[in-house]
Design a protein around this ligand. Structure first.
Ligand code: AMP
Ligand code: GLY
Length: 421
């Protein structure tokens, strides 16, 4: 079977690494991947528009397409491949609205009683002013742009004045363009967060081991929100009882609702949860694998990940086949460019390093420039360590990160630290 992985970051490198191990896969192409994926032999440069992606997929006679990022799904790539009879792991456009429209996701959760923060939807600033004046919340609230905003659309505001200011920037100044034409203002929740991933075939689902992401730029959860500075898996603060609760209260009603609408959800459903005093609450949905969660979850799977993905695409998932995960632990440390997530250094010269046993170095944002390997993005490299305990996994990850780091890159030093103290 000829398989293509769409996307170019560390998540896609991890997917390529895992899928390459499957006996079902005879050819594997990264579309477009990045030049630092030294172990990936076949890469195909392309633009990320649906038309160009479909052209590339047809030209390469791909049998099965796995979509990494959300944008092509929100743009209808899966729908187009369905029409052409090409199997695709990733939901159709209407189902991908769980991520591409916060308003859609929140209203669906409200209709089906899925636990999530209380919220209101606004399209004009005057209504926001009236609402906030009538319902003061001195402890703060969260303002979110409706549309896709590359992880920059959620604002945790510590006061009503700050919430008002953010709402004005989105609705009046249009700082996020059309993504902020509608906004959601929601209740501020508190508790520990976790990332839960589910393979879904429209009706049935399989939970992957829980992971935790570190979103803030600096140690001790200080600094700006980023795309993710590190992860570990499994997350011990999410026991199987909590996963069951999320399955019953979130995954089942959401899959049933989308099926009833005639737009079944086939692909990876990412449920970002907060463990509050009253139980797990949904913070967000994503319609694709988390980055950098994928880099730690896939090495912890005890089965061939290509099989359940294919079954999801066909609508024939057999959950009992995928019950077992390994007892392994994984930690991922993100090496990012100095300055990230604000303006960051580009073209930092990198040095190739050999991974040792239980170490994986994934290339997230790297390029070749005049024959030299350099950074090209904010998140540059992902150092993953594996082990039978979290402590061993963490040591392996940091040993690798220390060998790969160069002047111009930085990392958090406290990824998974709470798990080994
Ligand atoms: P999102 O883009 O919706 O995942 O939000 C980004 C981050 O903002 C989350 O990972 C949380 O840390 C925080 N956040 C989002 N919604 C809430 C909420 N209702 N209460 C508290 N924190 C939130
Ligand atoms: N790491 C968070 C995300 O992928 O959305």
């Amino acid at each position: 079977m000829r398989v293509a992985v769409i996307g170019s970051g560390g998540r896609e490198h991890a997917l390529l690494w895992k899928i390459r191990q499957s006996p079902l896969c005879t050819e594997l192409i990264a579309v477009p991947g990045n030049p630092g994926m030294f172990d990936v032999l076949d890469r195909c440069e392309t633009d990320m528009s649906v038309n160009d992606l479909v052209d590339t997929i047809r030209r390469n006679r791909i049998d099965f397409v796995i979509v990494g990022p959300e944008q092509p799904l929100a743009d209808g790539l899966s729908d187009e491949l369905d029409r052409l009879g090409i199997l695709c792991f990733g939901p159709i456009q209407a189902a991908a609205r769980l991520e591409s429209s916060k308003v859609f996701a929140k209203q669906l959760m409200r209709s089906y009683g899925v636990p999530t923060a209380e919220f209101e939807v606004f399209t004009d600033f005057e209504s926001v002013q009236n609402h906030i004046s009538a319902h003061p919340r001195p402890n703060g609230r969260v303002v979110k742009a409706d549309g896709l905003a590359a992880g920059k659309g959620a604002f945790v505001c510590g006061s009503d004045a700050e919430a008002m200011d953010v709402a004005r920037r989105l609705l009046v100044d249009k700082e996020l363009g059309t993504a902020g034409t509608r906004i959601v203002i929601e209740e501020l929740l508190s508790g520990r967060e976790a990332s839960l991933h589910f393979f879904c075939d429209g009706e049935r689902y399989v939970a992957l081991p829980p992971a935790q992401d570190y979103k803030r730029a600096f140690d001790g959860d200080k600094g700006a929100n980023t795309g993710g500075m590190g992860t570990f898996c499994p997350a011990a603060h999410v026991p199987s009882k909590t996963i069951r609760e999320v399955e019953r209260q979130v995954v089942e009603p959401v899959l049933n609702a989308l099926r009833a609408m005639g737009t079944p959800y086939r692909g990876l459903l990412y449920v970002g949860i907060m463990l509050t005093e009253t139980g797990p609450q949904v913070i967000e949905f994503n319609c694709r694998f988390g980055d950098p969660e994928t880099q730690v979850m896939l090495p912890c799977l005890g089965y061939d990940a290509l099989e359940p993905m294919l079954e999801c695409a066909k609508g024939t998932l057999s959950p009992s086949k995928y019950a077992q995960t390994t007892s392994r632990c994984a930690v991922c440390v993100v090496l990012c460019a100095e300055g990230y997530p604000a303006t960051y250094r580009k073209y930092v010269p990198l040095v190739p390093v050999e991974s040792q046993a239980d170490q994986l170095l994934f290339s997230a944002g790297t390029a070749m420039l005049n024959g030299s390997w350099v950074s090209s993005g904010g998140r540059v490299l992902n150092a993953v360590g594996l082990g039978d305990t979290m402590e061993i996994a963490r040591n392996n990850a940091y040993k690798l990160a220390d060998r790969a780091v160069v002047e111009g890159l930085r990392m958090r030093r406290d990824i998974a630290l709470s798990e080994v103290l």
